[in-house]
Design a protein around this ligand. Sequence first.
Ligand SMILES: Nc1ncnc2c1ncn2[C@@H]1O[C@H](COP(=O)(O)OP(=O)(O)OP(=O)(O)O)[C@@H](O)[C@H]1O
Ligand SMILES: [Mg+2]
Length: 393
Amino acid sequence: MATVTLRNIHKSYGDNEVIKGVDLDIDDREFVVFVGPSGCGKSTLLRMIAGLEDITAGELLVDGERMNEVPPDKRGLAMVFQTYALYPHMSVAENMAFSLRLAGMSKAKRWERAKEVARTLQLEPLLDRKPKALSGGQRQRVAIGRALVRNPRVFLFDEPLSNLDAALRVQMRLELSSLHDSLQSTMIYVTHDQVEAMTLADKIVVLQGGVVEQVGSPLELYHHPNNLFVAGFIGSPKMNFLPVMTTGVQDSGTNVRLPGDAVVTVPVQPKMLMVGDRATLGIRPEHLRIDANNPTVMGEVLVVERLGGETYLYVKIAGGDTFIVQADGDSRAKVRDHVPIYIDGHLCHLFNADGLAVPQAERHHLTLSTPEVSQTQASHQTYAQHPQSSQTD
Ligand SMILES: Nc1ncnc2c1ncn2[C@@H]1O[C@H](COP(=O)(O)OP(=O)(O)OP(=O)(O)O)[C@@H](O)[C@H]1O
Ligand SMILES: [Mg+2]
C-alpha cells in the first residue's frame, strides 16, 4: 500500500523557481507518468519525491505521512536512473545485493533475494557476469533489479529507457508493464516520449515550465486536451492546428471559417465563442481523410512518408498552413498531387484565443464519460457515429 500526495510543491534554485506549485494525488498501485518538454521540471519533481532534492515549499506525503524531512533511504522508495551506473567490478548478483548489504542483511538472505528478483527479471543465467559482459537492455534490467530487491513502496523511474535502441525500448516497455502488473506497486515514471507515456500510464501528468498543464488517463488527454499545449504534446504525429474565425453559433455547434474560406461546424457548447472571435481548430492526422466525394479543403502534397501500415502526407492547404494527413499504407498520393481533404467537425477540437479548449457539446461529452462503459468502448461508440470510410485517392 503506497499513496503519494504532493501539496503545493515548489522548488527554487536561488531566484529561479523551477517547480511552481504542483498538487497531485497518486493512488496505491497506480502507474503515473510525468511528461513534458526538456527542462519542464520532471526530474526535479521526481528527485524531490525521492529525497535527493530539498522541497522549497509545500508538502510531500507517502501513505499520508509527511516525508519532507525524512532522508531518502528511510522513505521506502527506490529510484532507477537513465544512466544505470552499475559497479563494474561487481557481478550482477553483487550489484543487486549491494544495497541489502548496506542495510545489514545477512549474506544468505541477500543472495536469496537477489536470485528471486533475477528470476522475475529473467536475469538468472547472468548472475555471475560483470556489467561489461551485458547488453544495454540487460544492464538496465540489473538497475531495475537493484531497485526491486529493496521491496520499495514506490518505484521512481527517470527516463530509464532513453539509452536503449528503438527495439529494446519497446521490449523493455512491455517488460515494465508486466512487472507493474505482477508487483502491483506504485510507480512514478518520467519520460519525454509521449508514446511511452500513453502505453505505460494509468495516469499522465503533463508538465510545462514547472506547472501541471493537465492530469488524466491517456485517452482522456487524447480525447479531451484542456489546452493547445496538451493537444499538441499528446499524440503522434501531433495534432494539426489552424487559425479560424467564428462565423456562427448554434445549439448544434459553432461554425468556424478556415483560412481558405471553407466552413466547419464543430459540436462544442454554444456561446463559448462569439461570432467574430478568433480561435484555433485542432484535428489529428488520423482523423483527416482524403475524400474526393466530400472535400472540405484542397491541399498540395509536399512530402510523403510511407511507413508501410500507414502513409503520412504533409499537405499545404489554402492559406499556406501545412496539415499532416494519415492515409492508407498503400496510398498512391505523391508529391505535388492536389488532394481533397475531408474535415469532420465531430472530430475537431476548438481552442479560444487564450489557447483553452472550448468544451465539447454535452452529447459528445456524455458518451465518453458514461461510467458503466469503459473508456475504450466509449471512444469506439463515439467514433461509430462518424465512421471513417475507406480512403480514396
Ligand atoms: N541543480 C540545479 N541548479 C540550478 N538549476 C537547476 C538544477 N537542476 C535543475 N535545474 C533547472 O531546473 C529546470 C528543470 O530541470 P529538470 O532536470 O527537472 O528538467 P527535466 O524536465 O527533467 O528535463 P529533461 O527532459 O531535459 O531531463 C531546468 O531549467 C534546469 O536547468
Ligand atoms: Mg530529466
